[in-house]
Design a protein around this ligand. Structure first.
Ligand code: ZN
Length: 138
């Protein structure tokens, strides 16, 4: 598989540099360097042996131990072993979720009568952030 720097960066940024299985922070410069701190590999969410492709949406960052211990197993069971269901969010996604939460808070502020405004804005912001965070990549 051809892995140029730009593709590596895109895959790395998808999860904000975190292992998609155990969420450990990884070090971009230590790609493929076994034994280095934060070293990582590209992991096929659906293994090639099960028909997975080299398409970007099947590729994730994973620490080397996670990638190798997952082997031929499924992403769902590997994540579940670490107590997770979803991949970590990218930095962009986290930022946009914060904006979604903020926007919902502002709308609540505008459409709720004054005595309840502040509470509605806070509740709206929290609900917006939760709703925004539920749209995670798988
Ligand atoms: Zn890991």
């Amino acid at each position: 598989m051809k892995t140029d720097e730009e593709k590596l960066e895109r895959i790395y940024r998808r999860t904000d540099g975190r292992c998609h299985i155990c969420r450990k922070q990884l070090c971009f410069g230590n790609y493929g360097t076994l034994g280095k701190r934060g070293s990582w590999e590209i992991e096929h969410s659906r293994p090639r042996s099960r028909g997975g492709t080299d398409h970007l949406n099947n590729l994730y960052v994973a620490c080397i131990s996670c990638n190798r211990s997952k082997g031929n197993g499924t992403t769902a069971s590997a994540r579940a072993a670490n107590g997770y269901r979803k991949a970590p969010l990218s930095k962009e996604k986290k930022t946009s979720n914060a904006w979604t939460g903020g926007a919902v808070g502002v709308l609540a502020f505008l459409f709720v009568p004054p005595p309840l405004r502040l509470a509605a804005a806070v509740v709206g912001g929290v609900v917006g952030a939760i709703v925004g965070n539920s749209y995670e990549p798988d």
